[in-house]
Ligand binder design. Structure first.
Ligand SMILES: CC(C)(COP(=O)(O)OP(=O)(O)OC[C@H]1O[C@@H](n2cnc3c(N)ncnc32)[C@H](O)[C@@H]1OP(=O)(O)O)[C@@H](O)C(=O)NCCC(=O)NCCS
Length: 186
């Protein structure tokens, strides 16, 4: 009860600063590898203005089914990525989570998994959700391993749903229930 809900071991989650996040997101969108790891849509970079519009819409609409945060390092408060819950069905206690560490030098060093642990704690101990789902592309083994470390279970796959780099790839569905999360953290 007494620990800061938004602080992990390596990162903390903060609110969206629209100016800062639009600049960073536009910069990250110029990294096609980063973008294609997380989005199925046709790749193209986004301008700061286009990104800003999306965030302004999000803040204005104040959608109760979405919670988006910036990921910052605890060490030097650097903004390295984003994580958010969306599509929350309050009646079912279900939602999706999405995560992206845009600063590539922070890949593979535990920052993403730590951020995932923080948002799962928020989902299960403050929002009182019952399960959290995600999907991940077959060609993203780093993300799959990170999600397994956070406690996500493989639940299924949509075969050959993506057409990229000259071949077809599966979309993998993973999920974690509140009980599973509690058994890992009790
Ligand atoms: C996915 C992401 C959030 C994971 O966070 P992270 O901080 O990089 O993850 P971690 O360092 O905690 O864990 C990565 C794990 O994958 C493993 N890994 C890395 N590359 C791998 C590969 N090619 N094959 C298999 N495992 C791999 C690492 O060894 C590590 O596992 P370990 O701790 O058991 O050794 C982050 O890498 C990221 O944002 N990447 C770019 C965007 C993206 O992929 N978003 C997710 C879309 S679904």
């Amino acid at each position: 009860m007494n620990q800061d809900l938004f602080t992990g071991n390596l990162v903390r989650l903060t609110t969206l600063d629209i100016e800062q996040v639009s600049e960073a997101e536009s910069r990250w969108s110029r990294d096609s590898e980063y973008w294609r790891l997380q989005a199925g849509e046709t790749y193209r970079p986004y301008s700061v203005q286009a990104t800003k519009k999306l965030y302004e819409k999000y803040v204005k609409e104040d959608d109760p089914t979405m919670f988006a945060f910036i990921i910052r390092t605890i060490d030097d408060d650097r903004m390295i990525g984003e994580v958010g819950l969306d599509g929350i069905h309050w009646n079912h206690g279900d939602c999706f989570v999405g995560i992206g560490i845009g600063e590539r030098e922070f890949w593979g060093k535990g920052y993403g998994t730590d951020a995932m642990n923080v948002i799962l704690r928020y989902a299960f101990t403050e929002l009182n959700l019952w399960r959290v789902s995600l999907n991940v592309f077959e060609y993203n083994p780093r993300a799959i391993r990170s999600y397994e470390k956070a406690g996500f279970v493989h639940e299924g796959r949509v075969r050959a749903a993506l057409n990229r780099a000259g071949r077809r790839w599966d979309i993998i569905y993973m999920g974690i229930t509140c009980q599973e999360w509690q058994s890992l953290h009790s």
